[in-house]
Design a protein around this ligand. Structure first.
Ligand SMILES: [Zn+2]
Length: 202
């Protein structure tokens, strides 16, 4: 389960991927291809640092600043992990391939702890990039995540340009998600989630 989640998250971060989009008006679902989240984050940085006509050094938008800080953090973490795993620095190796190698390496740990660690990091990055590029208001849900092997009530999430400790479970529109393990509940599943939370609280 965790391994599948990790593969899916690493895929979203490092490769172009299919997403599903349901049109609110027609109810029709389409499957557009979305760029890798790392690519989107890099584009966010380059598109807003391009000199605009006239002014040579205009102030950067808050989104671009957040993107720079986040991208630095991702690259540093991946560089550190890469050295820890391979014993080599290899600055020319892309962050994409460093993350893929890290994820593949965790499979050697049968306890699953390393997979969990990598998953938590990758999930936090994916959520942070999503939030940076398509900011949506999320509502905090108190309680522990009922997903198997998670049970976390708080998680570090990226907000503005810093990590903040929030409730692990948040909701926006008709979707809820755990910021720690990446589990999501959509539509009717929200009802199941509410029941799980209510059971524990009762
Ligand atoms: Zn969770």
């Amino acid at each position: 389960m965790t391994e599948q989640q990790l593969n899916a998250t690493v895929h979203r971060l490092t490769r172009d991927h299919r997403t599903s989009h349901t049109d609110c008006d027609t109810g029709k679902t389409s499957y557009p291809t979305e760029m890798a989240l790392f690519t989107q984050l890099r584009q966010e940085i380059t598109s807003s640092s391009r000199p605009s006509t006239g002014a040579s050094s205009g102030p950067r938008s808050p989104v671009a600043l957040g993107a720079v800080v986040l991208w630095d953090e991702i690259r540093e973490t991946l560089a550190t992990m890469h050295i820890a795993i391979t014993g080599k620095d290899e600055p020319a190796t892309s962050p994409e391939s460093k993350l893929q190698k890290w994820a593949a390496w965790t499979q050697a740990d049968t306890s699953g702890n390393e997979t969990q660690k990598c998953l938590h990091r990758a999930t936090a990055w994916a959520a942070a990039i999503d939030q940076l590029i398509n900011p949506v208001r999320r509502i905090d849900i108190s309680g522990s995540c009922p997903a198997e092997g998670c049970g976390v009530s708080h998680a570090w999430t990226w907000d503005e340009d810093e990590y903040v400790r929030n409730t692990a479970l948040t909701a926006s529109g008709s979707e809820a998600r755990c910021g720690a393990c990446g589990a999501t509940w959509v539509g009717a599943e929200l009802h199941t989630l509410a029941l799980e939370l209510w059971k524990v609280a009762a």
